[in-house]
Design a binder for this molecule. Sequence first.
Ligand SMILES: [Zn+2]
Length: 157
Amino acid sequence: METRPHGGHSHEASANEMDSTLPAVAEELLKEIKKAFQETSHVPDDLLLGLKFIFGPSAVPALELVDQRSVTRVVSPSGRTAYQVLGSSGKLYTCYSSCHFCTCPAFGFTVLQKSESLLCKHILAVYLSQAVGACQELTVSEEQLTSILLAEEEDEG
Ligand SMILES: [Zn+2]
């Protein structure tokens, strides 16, 4: 059962903005995208432009990942959640939208080290998939989720 906050414009200025790692303008944009998509099943061009403006080179590849349904929400029985994103190279990356982290090299380099980007295309794809309801759902055991969260780097061919 879903409990949704009733439809109107109830802006609750509560403390839950605190754990947000995105700038307000980015959050607003994602909200606009979600709203537009719910109403029209379509993301209008002006919002797409905004996306490119705010997120730069991550925007287009992220949209492609969403189109390809590359984002999977992985949930354990206790409700722990992670996201897995199948990158364009066929590698699977784990994203934690709650703490704004991705296991891909671009995140480590351009986001953490150089602070050039807000996020990588995978995290953006997670946010966008949430906005347009394009996440695949996968339920796993606690053990499986733990091994995803601890994901050791495996070098496979
Ligand atoms: Zn990434």
